[in-house]
Design a protein around this ligand. Sequence first.
Ligand SMILES: [Fe+2]
Length: 467
Amino acid sequence: MWYSVVASFSLLGLFLHVVEFTKGGITSGFVRSINYSLDMPLNSDVFRAPPGYNAPQQVHITQGDHEGRGVIVSWVTPDLPGSNTVLYWVERSENKKYAEGIVLTYKYSRYTSGYIHHCKITNLEFDTTYYYQLGLGAGYSSRTFTFTTPPSPGPDVPYTFGLMGDLGQTFDSNRTLTHYQKNPAKGQTLLFVGDLSYADDYPFHDNTRWDTWGRFTERSVAYQPWIWTAGNHELDFAPDLGEHKPFVPYTSRYHVPFEASGSTSPLWYSIKRASAYIIVLSSYSAYGKYTPQYEWLENEWPKVNRTQTPWLVVLMHSPLYNSYVHHYMEGETMRVMYEPWFVEHKVDVVFAGHVHAYERSERISNIAYNITNGICDPVRDESAPIYITIGDGGNIEGLATEMTEPQPSYSAYREASFGHGILDIKNRTHAFFSWHRNEDGYAVVADSKWLLNRYWKPSEVSPVASI
Ligand SMILES: [Fe+2]
């Protein structure tokens, strides 16, 4: 009896799902404040420099190799270059090691940066908590932080990623970061889908707003790696200011392990982390056939071993599927180039930002069109990724509230609220994605979807999936 009721509901759910697809998914009726906040003032506590002479500030870490045994530690010293050394040790161990880094500065329009340090630590133990200390040397102020390395890559290693994009430095940005940090799902590494500081919204792209952003985010990114993707606000391309070379502030401040994946540019690269293989792409670099990014990505697919890292995740800034009016179809040319690969290689999920709102797609593709066949609408495709737009970090430009109507069939759920996401990988077959809006309590899930691994569990029909 109970079984038949469940079966009936499952069938009804399946039916409704199909009907839903034909008319489009859910546009959330959640009523939010239409006001958005300005950037936090320069004297805000979140921007305060640490005490002490030449104390390291804007401390941030990211993965430093391809496997997860490396960490790049970056920081800024304001007064003098100071030391490039990182002292690090395993929790409760007396055996301390040193790693030596580099220091650089850059100029941008009227601005000259502080001393930006980057130090790569390699050959760390997997799944281990380390302490690390910066600002060594007599007369300087040192600071100590911790991080935990991921488990060795493996098919059933649970791991929890946070998702954030288009963060900026408003009061809403601060709420987003706090919600992420207090989410009981506990993200272990953050996947950041581009548009960091929004310094370029200021006259002369006031780069002191890169510094404030570095100090604001330190409370998370000094303790867990953020995996960086470049957005349009990282371009800082301003010929009128004499700045002809794009990405100078971003690439000076945020180093990534691109060479470890055979990339020739920090704007596209890949890493393995626990049970995930993560490919980072650049929406604002050439991606057509024969370009360096295209050739690198073409060579990347055979390297993905789904037996070792079952979860194949792609990050980019400009979404390939977006039903908001803002930035509508801006990702279309990259979709034409790369979507067939995403389907062929069974990418599980593609995360993007750029649109200041949240949206989750159905599992669809649109790769049949060949200029004469007229087949140009997205269709359900079990080999295709789900596309999630998570550009709702809360920056100074506010929410993208205007949506295309009616909601297209590829769009499963959309809502213009600030928030963050969590990708909670359970094992090789199941991962739980959840989206959390800032207006809710820290534990509240506003939208969610069980993801069934495209390689190990290609069918959507699953008892767990219907929970
Ligand atoms: Fe953007």
